[in-house]
Write a protein that binds this ligand. Sequence first.
Ligand code: 3HC
Length: 301
Amino acid sequence: KRPFGAPDKSLARPVTKVGVVGAGLMASQFALLFVQRLQVPVVMTDIDQERVDKGVGYVHEQIGLLQLKGRLNQDQANRLKALVTGSLTKDAFADADLVIEAVFEEMSVKQQVFAEVEAVVREDCVLATNTSSLSVTEMASKLRHPERVVGFHFFNPVAVLPLLEIVRAERTDDASLATAFAVGKTLKKSCVLVKDAPAFVVNRLLTRFLGEVTAAVDEGTPIEVADRALEPLGLPMSPFVLLELVGPAVALHVAETLHTAFPDRFAVSPNLAKLVAAGKKAIYKWDTGVPVIDPEVLELF
Ligand code: 3HC
């Protein structure tokens, strides 16, 4: 059955090579998923060799773990590893059919990345963004071919969570959208077409949920009490563990976007802002396997 709003699949173009801009954790998870499911060359770029090596290294390591788990044999693992390469320049995208960006959540940075990618790729190469909340239409607006841009919003951990929000921007054409849906299906994701609106659909709910729990903590409830209080809801993980998984900086960014768009419905937590200003990426210490709140976080709050 065709997902709601998806164009006819006969319009989809084949994807025989994928480019990933950025080699951070999110980008590396994409590279792994693409190579596993599409089985095509995947090339990763970043701003320096160390980052590129780290990204490619992560993908190779994860393929090694899949082999250890018995999900890949030696030949399959070697073949997948050989398909994932790194490059310092975007020229390596010249023959790519799809390029996805997972760089810093800042409109000007993402527009710049897309402009650089457009300078080297073919006219029919689809450009996808994994933005969590920014306008895909605005991101595409300065390109020669904005009709090739789609939003491709995955959820963390990318390998496990089944949902993929596909965003049609104002000028996205049917062929690019159909290609995005075809790729999403090959990635074995449940694809939904969402409107290009601030934070799309899921992050609105998530931000409202995490925002209310963080507000309770801002008002004086200890983090561990808030975590414990929600246990009976049977969530897959506690709210502050989820906040750590999403990353405080990303959560803050999405909250700020939503606060700007809908000030009466979304607030920005002062404690979350403090956490990010202090450069804290984690809330817990995991040394013992059981999460213990980092004393530095307790001091900040
Ligand atoms: N990376 C890769 N695989 C992972 C993983 C990770 N970080 N964490 C868990 N897994 C895998 C495990 O290897 C295991 O796979 P297997 O069964 O094939 O061996 C499987 O997931 C289940 O893992 P566990 O049994 O250890 O753990 P749980 O059953 O507790 O599940 C979870 C872990 C899937 C992370 C679950 O806790 C969960 O769903 N949490 C909620 C996550 C969530 O809501 N994410 C959305 C964040 S919002 C977002 O990303 C959008 C952004 O724009 C902000």
